[in-house]
Write a protein that binds this ligand. Structure first.
Ligand code: LLP
Length: 427
């Protein structure tokens, strides 16, 4: 459920008509709903608690929001105030999480290519856990920790070698993907780490992909993780934590409804229930996707004599790259739909390549120049993946709470954009 509903024929976010935001901030613009972010977080939290899935010291399981999905500080703070942690993959993301008020002990540091500098930053900040993705990275973490006179608290990321379905570009759990180590390597590395003065292994982790709409591959990966925990313990090694990653899919409107957080929690309890570990999770999309929309204005309706109709928007692939990159489907809703029979449009942006196409041959209410439209489910992997391609200004972001809204990332000026480049001294 989300908080984008028509009121008096006009699409609104909570108590704010989206048209008001489009008029005052201009388009393109991302708009996020605080109530939806909070609701998605709470639904997951309650589902985990209802199944008895606990965290450190028997408290609540850690829900470490995957900052890569939406890294706006105001979005992070909204979740932080509810108790969320952060799953981060760069020094920049750790800094964002800290700046938003997420305590270091709720921050997990993942990613296959952490640099020595980033590891040092994470260790000094005191993050809760560094998820180790390969043997050389483990050695680097040990070295950096020792040079700082500390021990790195680590979890070993396992690649369970399962196919999770979904788009190939976002599947991560097969052995031919770059992520994590095999089960046998994990056992060897865990034992090695427990004898290393620079390392403190506390658990294991996996993340098999994103937009997963079938629980079966997750359950098979988690069952394998349970086997690993039991083997490690059998060897006398302590395994206190199990981080199950993110990946639960969301409804993008044209797809069958994915499993709910309650189904997900039940599956985990059934697969792993009796394992005595502190659980953590790294959801991104399920919290943020349906909490955000991208608003755009129709610039022109370009009709070919043979009949094809292009709705050309002021938003482009640089603002929302998911359709171009993953053939992703986003529902497109006019803020105030016109009456009349639906028409068939290719909805495109102004960028100079055919890839700048949001959808082909989509049936939509009739559109005209000046109309405002919303791309739904754009709160995750939307603004974070935007760029200045074609020297277009980075897209602004707005956060709504009830009947109030605030610009939480302003649209830069052209002066700001040009000032980021520097001239070499030979000119
Ligand atoms: N944990 C790790 C280690 C991850 O790599 C990811 C996502 C997550 C958690 C969060 O996954 P989620 O719950 O959001 O599915 N840009 C793509 C999605 C890339 C996901 C990358 N990893 C898209 O727009 O579909």
């Amino acid at each position: 459920m989300n908080h984008f509903e028509p009121t008096h024929g006009n699409l609104a976010c909570e108590g704010v008509p989206l048209r008001d935001i489009a008029q005052s901030v201009g388009t393109p613009v991302y708009v996020y709903s605080s109530a939806t972010l909070e609701r998605h977080y709470e639904v997951l939290r309650h589902a985990l608690a209802a199944e008895g899935l606990k965290g450190e010291g028997g408290g609540e399981a850690l829900i470490a929001f995957a900052v890569k999905a939406n890294s706006n500080l105001a979005v992070l703070k909204t979740l932080a105030r509810r108790g969320a942690g952060a799953d981060t993959v760069s020094e920049g993301e750790i800094r964002r999480a800290l700046a938003a008020g997420i305590p270091a002990h709720k921050i997990v540091f993942s990613g296959v290519g952490k640099t020595a500098g980033e590891l040092a930053f994470a260790l000094k900040a005191g993050v809760s856990e560094i998820n180790i993705e390969s043997e050389p990275e483990m050695h680097l973490a040990a070295q950096v920790a020792q040079s700082l006179g500390t021990r790195a608290v680590i979890a070993i990321r396992v690649n369970p070698d399962v196919s999770a379905g979904g788009h190939a570009k976002i599947a991560t759990g097969k052995a031919d993907n770059k992520f994590g180590v095999s089960f046998s390597e994990a056992e060897r590395l865990y034992a090695q780490a427990s004898n290393n003065a620079g390392l403190k292994p506390v658990g294991v982790t996996c993340h098999i992909g994103s937009q997963i709409t079938d629980l079966a591959p997750m359950s098979s990966a988690f069952a394998k993780m349970k086997g690993l925990v039991e083997r490690l313990r059998h060897e006398g090694l302590a395994v206190d934590r199990l981080d199950l990653g993110g990946g639960l899919g969301v409804p993008y409107f044209n797809q069958p409804d994915p499993p709910t957080p309650a189904d997900y929690a039940r599956m985990i309890a059934q697969t792993l229930g009796d394992l005595d570990v502190a659980y953590s999770f790294e959801p991104g999309r399920m919290i943020a996707a349906n909490a955000g929309v991208l608003l755009a204005t129709v610039l022109h309706i370009h009709k070919r004599p043979e009949g094809r109709k292009f709705a050309i928007l002021d938003a482009a692939m640089n603002d929302l790259i998911r359709p171009a990159m993953y053939e992703a489907y986003h529902d497109i809703i006019p803020l105030a739909p016109r009456a009349g029979p639906p028409e068939i449009y290719d909805v495109v942006g102004p960028i100079c390549e055919t890839g700048d196409t949001f959808t082909r041959e989509r049936e939509l209410p009739p559109l005209a120049a000046g109309d405002l439209v919303a791309f739904m489910s754009a709160g995750a992997y939307g603004a974070v993946m935007s760029s200045e391609y074609n020297s277009r200004l980075l897209v602004p972001e707005v956060l709504v709470r009830g009947d109030r809204y605030a610009v939480v990332r302003p649209r830069p000026t052209y002066e700001d954009m040009l000032a980021k480049d520097a001239m070499p001294d030979w000119f």
